[in-house]
Each structure stands twice: as structure tokens, then as C-alpha cells.
Design a binder for this molecule. Structure first.
Ligand code: ATP
Ligand code: MG
Length: 511
């Protein structure tokens, strides 16, 4: 009977300790609670958890019961030193029946004036053969109270719990550290000082960005490809009080239409889609942070309704669930389409448009602000010089030509071109004559369709792509560049056509 009661107590004690260790990630607090609790259970005089310091290779007390702060600070051992040091060296538990009779017992904490009669139990803390510390207990045994085997068994279990907790804790520390490091890198990267543009038009944009960054307003970013919509979206996030939470970007054009809903709102386990695990949607991942809905103009009409509700109520349901999830997210959307035009054509809901259009920020294309081009060239030449360890610069004729160029791909094209030029430059000074632009411009002209014989070494896939591109360019030309009409004759959905225009880099000016 006694045995049964004792076993029961042992089990409850173990359960309690496992709860304490999973209650938080506070190493010292959790271990201290464990020792306090063990003290009551094992009637111990003292108890300590020692962990091995990775750098000094010294064991130091992380949590103790029955010791003063001074005693804790004195309790340091090297590997192999004293009983504690011996246990870590051998990885084997040790029992000293009477510390008064044991010369190896160093009593370094100086906390045991009356040594005689006290026993000492010491158990390694380890996981997968890696010993990271030691747990020790002092107690007094007599005929009626205490049994060394029982105590050792409890210590073995507690030590293994502690080992798992410490391993998790170390992981957690490392991840937190890395996250903090990355976050500060991101904050630097999206600092306003890295957004370049002196023109009045661009300064107007920056003024607006500064004004709305700190607020929670929905922002709609408008502008051609490569004008900096995503850059501004990220800057808005990292400048806001949400910067510690996630910035989650979802590109509506990059996702197949039938997957957008699951991606945005998540899927409940066991839903009709046959999901075997719950999948968290992007809205949930962005909780407390910012969600960036890129290419919002590509959102299918049926999902526009669902999004409208999220904008109004900040709640939605996962696919296959009737329970609604509520989120706290800031919404930033972007598009390179004329959304009002899309509303007129019936492709975009008007109510959604007005909900998104709270603060529109229009990013002007580079051709409307040529005065920004020299500063951008300067910024990117410095950046790539640093990256590739070069000392390239543009002479005034090159700057002049580059400023006169139309940059259909805007800042993205400019950045890529400068990178290429820095890498390829044979001399440190690039002059106008060395610029490959005449060449670049011819390359982007449509290839005329002729029945030329196909060379033997051309791959079929490449040839099909070339044909496809030509057909698309021709259809667009025939329909005055109106994608809706061109897609119909091509037998493509507007979405498929949009994707191909991007894929083949078809420039509106070709048409
Ligand atoms: N004002 C700027 N100063 C410095 N770099 C910029 C600026 N604007 C854009 N960039 C850079 O140009 C590149 C393209 O910008 P971004 O991806 O934000 O464009 P986008 O408008 O989202 O284009 P798309 O519509 O094609 O997705 C990025 O590398 C970005 O850092
Ligand atoms: Mg973008």
C-alpha cells in the first residue's frame, strides 16, 4: 500500500515538473521552480542545477534551492573537478552516503558547515549522449525516511526533462537572436535613406509615406512595373509599430487561381478539399503585422467578395470551416493596372476598390522624373562597386545617355543594367560609347515572323516559346494593345495572357 502511495506521489511530482518546464521559456525561473518543488518532495537540504558554460567550459549554478547568492556564485567547477565535475566527465550518476567521509567532496559553495550525516546525489543532465550539466541534491537519510534508489529514479527523469528543456531553450535563444539580427538588417534595408529620388514628384511620394507609415490605414500603391511598389510597402511596414511582427507578401498573379483562396485564408483539417493537416493562411500569418496584396487587380471576382469582408470586419473563415477567425492586420495593396478602368469593365468590384483606395500612393515612372536617374545611377553604382569590389563610375556622356533613355522597366531595369555594367566594365570609367543601349533596344523589338528554316540545334521548347511570343505580340498589335480582346482571339484567359506578357517581357512600346 505504502509503495502504491509513494509511486503515485512520484508520478504526480513528475507531471508537475513537466508542467513547470513547459510553462515558459524563462530558464532560471523554470529551473528554480523545479528545485523548490523537488526540495519538498525529496526533503532535501540543498539542490542545484549546474550547466556547462560553452565558452569557459566551467560548470556554474543556474538554479539552486537552499543556497545564498554568494554560495551560488562560489559554486563553480571545472570538468573532472570534485564530484560534480566527475559526474559531467563520466556521464554517470554518483551517490555519496556521507559527505563528511568523502575527500573528493569539495564543498566549494561552503554551504555545509555540518557535513556529517548528509548524503549527496548527483545526476548528469544530457540528451543524445551530449552532457550539458548536472543536478545535485543533498539530503539526510535514516531508517524511516528516504530511499536512495527511489530518489535516483526521480532524478533520472527530472534530469532528462531538464535536458530537453535546456536544448529547446538554447534553440529558442539562437532563433530569437537571429530574428533580432535579421529584423535590424531589414529595418536598415528599408530605411528611407535607401529610397532614392530627389524629384518633386518622388519627394511628394516620400512625404506621403512618412505621413501614413505610423498609421494603420490601408494603402493602395499604384505604378508601373519596377517603380518601387514593393519597396514602399515594406518600408511602410518597417517604419510602423507593427515592424516586430511579420510582413507577408502575396502575389495574386503568381498563384494559380484555384489556390489563391487557400493561400490567403488557410484550410481547415479534414475539409472537403481532402486536407490532412490544417494550413494556416497568409492573413493569419500576418497577424499583428502587415499583409501586402500584390497585383490585387488579378484577384478573381469571387474572392473579391471575401476580401471585402476581411477589409470591413477583419474576420474570415478558413476553407472547410464555419468558425470565423479574426485577425489584426494592416493591409497594403498594389497594382500596375488602372483599377478604376477595371471597375468600369466589370473586372473589379467597385465597393472593394473604394475600400482599398483609402490612401492611394502613385509611384511615378522614371520617364516622368528623369532628374532622379543620375542619383539612382550613383546609388546603384556605389552599391555594386561595394558588392563586386570595383571602382566603376559613369562619365557625363554616359549619365546623359542613361538619363535620356526611357527605362520601361523603371528602377528594376536601371538597377539590373548598372549591375551588369559594373560587372562587365573593362575600365573604371564607362563613357557613352560603351553603353549597350542601342543593342538593348533592338533586342526588345519584336522578332518578325518569317518562314525561315529552323536551324538544327534549336530546341523545340525554345522554338515554341518564340512562336508563342510572336503570336501574342501580333494579337496585341491587332487589338490596339487591349489585352482583353487579344486574349479572346488567342484562346487564353486575360490572366494567362498577362502572365505570358510578363514571362516574355513584352514591352507595351513594342505594340
Ligand atoms: N526609389 C528607389 N530607390 C532605390 N531603389 C528602388 C527605388 N524604387 C525601386 N527600387 C528598387 O527597384 C527594384 C524594383 O522595385 P519593386 O520590386 O519595389 O517594384 P514593383 O513596383 O513592386 O515592381 P513590379 O510591379 O514589377 O512588381 C527593387 O530592387 C527596389 O529595391
Ligand atoms: Mg512588385
Amino acid at each position: 500500500m505504502d509503495e502504491l502511495i509513494r509511486k503515485n506521489q512520484e508520478l504526480s511530482a513528475i507531471l508537475h515538473i513537466s508542467r513547470v518546464l513547459t510553462s515558459s521559456f524563462d530558464l532560471e525561473k523554470n529551473l528554480h521552480s523545479v528545485m523548490e518543488f523537488l526540495a519538498g518532495q525529496l526533503e532535501m537540504q540543498h539542490g542545484c542545477v549546474f550547466l556547462l558554460d560553452r565558452i569557459s567550459r566551467e560548470l556554474r549554478i543556474v538554479a539552486a534551492y537552499g543556497l545564498t547568492q554568494g554560495e551560488i556564485e562560489r559554486g563553480k567547477y571545472r570538468i573532472g573537478e570534485g564530484i560534480v565535475g566527475r559526474v559531467i566527465e563520466t556521464g554517470q550518476p554518483m551517490f555519496v552516503p556521507n559527505i563528511g567521509d568523502e575527500p573528493k567532496f569539495l564543498n566549494r559553495t561552503d554551504s555545509r558547515p555540518r557535513k556529517s550525516g548528509i548524503s549527496f546525489l548527483c545526476h548528469p543532465i544530457g540528451l543524445d549522449g551530449h552532457i550539458m550539466g548536472v543536478i545535485s541534491v543533498d539530503r539526510i537519510y535514516n531508517e524511516v525516511r528516504g530511499n536512495v534508489d527511489d530518489d535516483l529514479r526521480v532524478l533520472t527523469i527530472v534530469a532528462s526533462f531538464i535536458a530537453q528543456f535546456v536544448t529547446l531553450w538554447e534553440h529558442h535563444q539562437r532563433t530569437e537572436q537571429e530574428c533580432g539580427h535579421l529584423r535590424s538588417q531589414l529595418r536598415d534595408r528599408f530605411d528611407l535613406s535607401n529610397i532614392i529620388g530627389d524629384s518633386p514628384a518622388f519627394q511628394q511620394v516620400l512625404k506621403l509615406v512618412r505621413k501614413v507609415a505610423a498609421t494603420d490605414t490601408t494603402v493602395l500603391l499604384l505604378g508601373e512595373s519596377g517603380t518601387g511598389k514593393e519597396l514602399i510597402a515594406q518600408t511602410l511596414h518597417y517604419k510602423s509599430r507593427r515592424s516586430k511582427a511579420s510582413f507577408v507578401a502575396v502575389n495574386m498573379a503568381a498563384l494559380p487561381e484555384n489556390l489563391i483562396e487557400a493561400e490567403l485564408f488557410g484550410v481547415e483539417k479534414g475539409s472537403f478539399t481532402g486536407a490532412t493537416a490544417r494550413r494556416v493562411g497568409r492573413f493569419e500569418s500576418a497577424h499583428e503585422g502587415t499583409i501586402f496584396l500584390d497585383e490585387i487587380g488579378e484577384l478573381p471576382l469571387n474572392l473579391q467578395v471575401k476580401l471585402l469582408r476581411v477589409l470591413q470586419e477583419r474576420r474570415f473563415e478558413r476553407i472547410g470551416s464555419s468558425e470565423s477567425v479574426s485577425v489584426n492586420v494592416r493591409i497594403i495593396a498594389a497594382t500596375n493596372r488602372n483599377l478604376l478602368e477595371e471597375v468600369k469593365k466589370g473586372n473589379f468590384r467597385e465597393d472593394l476598390y473604394w475600400r482599398l483606395n483609402v490612401v492611394p500612393i502613385e509611384l511615378p515612372p522614371l520617364r516622368d522624373r528623369p532628374e532622379d536617374i543620375p542619383v539612382l545611377l550613383d546609388f546603384y553604382v556605389n552599391k555594386f562597386n561595394l558588392m563586386y569590389n570595383r571602382h566603376v563610375r559613369f562619365d557625363p556622356t554616359a549619365v546623359e545617355q542613361l538619363t535620356a533613355y526611357g527605362w520601361p522597366g523603371n528602377v528594376r531595369e536601371l538597377a539590373n543594367s548598372v549591375e551588369r555594367l559594373v560587372i562587365m566594365a573593362e575600365k573604371d570609367v564607362i563613357d557613352g560609347g560603351e553603353l549597350p543601349f542601342r543593342m538593348a533596344l533592338t533586342a526588345s523589338k519584336p522578332v518578325p515572323i518569317v518562314n525561315e528554316p529552323v536551324p538544327r540545334d534549336v530546341k523545340l521548347g525554345d522554338e515554341i516559346e518564340r512562336l508563342e511570343r510572336n503570336h501574342i505580340v501580333r494579337a496585341l498589335k491587332e487589338h490596339g494593345g487591349i489585352q482583353q480582346q487579344a486574349s479572346r482571339v488567342l484562346g487564353l484567359t486575360p490572366r494567362q495572357l498577362g502572365y505570358r506578357i510578363k514571362k516574355y517581357g513584352i514591352d507595351p512600346r513594342e505594340i
